[in-house]
Write a protein that binds this ligand. Structure first.
Ligand SMILES: *Cc1c(COP(=O)(O)O)cnc(C)c1O
Length: 456
């Protein structure tokens, strides 16, 4: 292994010819299980087989146990298991009384399931810009978007980075709106020492198998608010909603027996069984991920053009499981080299780095022109008191973020020699930026995608 230079200096290895131009690849060692996720052992297998053999797939004993353990781990009074994260987030919206013509405020660079369910509640979404460093909703761009119809702020701890919850909660409390945390990217992460997902009024959490905490196809809702919990039970869990004496929320008492949303959102017990085992080992496995990812970024400290996407080391905040790890790209430090060209060079070194993040939702036809329910109006504004659509140019940070971000390896194991090779791939590309500039095609009109599904 070629030794990596200390931050700021450029080693011989970094100056060696790029693989793109016929040099040898920075990444040569077999990755083995460095990126394997989820980690599945005999324990997961036994848990699944138990459900299967007992004929308990549609039962709820394992699921209720999972909820109990999840609530304790999350630090929440209630956890309600769902079939998907999408369902849990929809139930969280209903829990916060989002209904006809109501608005939620959500970032636009995120996976669609942070907001799109609002259409089926007959509400709509107003997008706020993101903070260029955290890539999460920018608290400075929220308050002026609040109207009498705003019911909730949807916070996504994007790509594992905790959002600025103190600032967001202050606005929400002052203006009387709820905060929903979408923790699908940041399970177990910390914001100033507090678990993300335990700070807002309610959280919705995906546990599908691309995420850092995995139960299969599954989701979890957590809250300390009994009314939100009971509304969520009513929405998609008729079997929790049978006994009026179990409910404290007065207006729900007369409605028991059938699901209010017409949904059945129960978690599959084979998922709950996997989730229980995964949760048990999750904190230790995240510790290993954080050690590996922080080592990778420490090796890139001071490299022009690159910045870690992580909170400051002394903030008592962290990146949870570093879901779908990305980094900041600063073309202005590399003579304007496009992220497209930069990632071509890294890819040739042996890691397929992709430019960009999730494409901005506000530019998709579904948030502009599509009339989903054939009501004669685009669904985004079908029940609104004004045209709240947001054309290109309205969210400048969001719209420019793809040219300033790139994917980096998402290590699951701390293997210093392997991590050093991946860091070298990025350092080589940065060191040779002048040669790369000669054949820079620039960025195409669109970068990034509508979803991510990469474990490395
Ligand atoms: C994955 C994801 C969801 C939806 O979760 P599913 O379990 O796939 O339904 C919601 N929000 C974000 C930000 C996600 O990444």
């Amino acid at each position: 292994m070629t030794p990596i230079a200390k931050a700021g200096s450029i080693s011989a290895a970094e100056k060696s010819p790029l693989a793109l131009f016929g040099g040898s690849k920075a990444i040569a060692t077999d990755e083995g299980d460095t990126f394997t996720w989820p980690i599945v052992t005999k324990e997961d297998e036994a848990a699944v087989l138990d459900v299967l053999r007992r004929g308990a797939m549609s039962g709820s004993d394992v699921t209720r146990q999972f909820e109990k353990e999840f609530a304790a781990w999350q630090g929440a009074a209630f956890a309600l298991a769902h079939s998907t994260g999408t369902a849990a987030i929809e139930a969280a919206m209903f829990g916060c009384k989002v209904g006809m013509g109501d608005e939620i405020i959500c970032p636009s660079v995120t996976y669609w399931a942070a907001c799109l369910q609002v259409y089926s509640l007959r509400g709509t979404v107003v997008f706020a810009d993101v903070d260029p460093d955290t890539l999460c909703i920018d608290p400075k761009d929220i308050e002026h978007r609040i109207t009498p119809r705003t019911k909730a702020i949807m916070v996504v701890h994007y790509l594992g980075h905790p959002a600025d919850m103190d600032a967001i909660m202050a606005i929400a409390r002052r203006r009387g709106v709820k905060v929903i945390e979408d923790v699908s990217h940041a399970q177990g992460g910390l914001y100033k020492g507090r678990k993300v997902g335990s700070i807002g009024d309610v959280s919705g959490i995906s546990l599908m198998s691309a995420k850092s905490l995995v139960a299969g196809e599954a989701g979890m809702l957590t809250t300390n608010d009994r009314e939100i919990y009971e509304r969520a039970c009513g929405w998609g869990h008729y079997e929790r909603f049978l006994m009026p004496q179990d409910l404290e929320t007065p207006y729900l008492k007369e409605k028991t027996g059938l699901p209010l949303g017409g949904h059945k959102y129960r978690m599959h017990q084979m998922s709950a069984a996997v989730g229980r085992v995964q949760l048990k080992h999750y904190d230790a496995r995240c510790e290993e991920i954080r050690k590996a990812m922080n080592y990778f970024w420490d090796l890139l400290e001071g490299v022009p053009g690159l910045r870690a996407h992580r909170p400051p080391a002394d903030s008592n905040s962290n990146m949870g499981g570093w879901y779908a790890a990305h980094g900041h790209y600063r073309p202005e430090e590399l003579g304007g080299l496009s992220v497209t060209r930069f990632t071509q060079a890294v890819t040739a070194e042996g890691f397929r780095s992709r430019p960009g993040v999730n494409m901005p939702l506000h530019l998709h036809p579904l948030f502009n022109s599509i009339d989903v329910y054939e009501e004669g109006k685009p669904t985004r504004i079908a029940h609104s008191d004004r045209d709240l659509r947001q054309p290109r140019g309205s969210l400048p940070v969001t719209e420019g973020i793809a040219a300033r971000t790139l994917s980096v390896p998402w290590f699951k194991q701390y293997r210093p020699e392997i991590i050093e090779e991946y860091a070298l791939a990025f350092r080589k590309a940065a060191a040779s930026y002048r040669e790369l500039l000669k054949e820079d095609p620039g960025n195409p009109e669109t970068l990034g995608g509508w979803h991510f599904f990469a474990h490395r």
